[in-house]
Design a protein. Structure first.
Length: 122
């Protein structure tokens, strides 16, 4: 089986609580108990020789604007080779729990900014 992920790559998982999944923010090696940990375990079991480093920087409660605000520190400064982003549930949910929705236009603008940063700077 082959993979696009190269030797010594850094794979970064970014997002909200779905990504965070109970990780300890005091321990860089902690991937939480969700999809990031499962993907890392699966990949590492199949390709141990690749020596891939997996990072989880998901933060519970974050919206796309929060992710954009911390993008330099929690993405670009880490120099990942691959980035996985799962963000948006809180942008929708805040409409229902605090009447503070994120508009479609703002969500799209901020998400496009993040994607452009990944494309242009990594």
């Amino acid at each position: 089986m082959s993979t696009l992920i190269e030797n010594n790559a850094v794979v970064l998982f970014q997002g909200d609580s779905i990504t965070n999944a109970g990780r300890s923010r005091d321990n860089d090696a902690d991937l939480g108990h969700g999809y990031a940990a499962l993907a890392a375990a699966w990949f590492s079991a199949l390709y141990p020789e690749k020596n891939v480093k997996f990072l989880n920087r998901g933060i519970s409660g974050n919206r796309v604007a929060d992710l954009k605000a911390r993008w330099d520190n929690d993405c670009l400064d880490l120099h990942p080779t691959w980035v996985s982003i799962m963000i948006g549930i809180n942008d929708t949910w805040r409409r229902f729990d605090s009447d503070d929705p994120t508009s479609t236009e703002n969500y799209e603008r901020d998400f496009r900014f993040i994607c452009t940063e990944v494309h242009d700077k990594l």
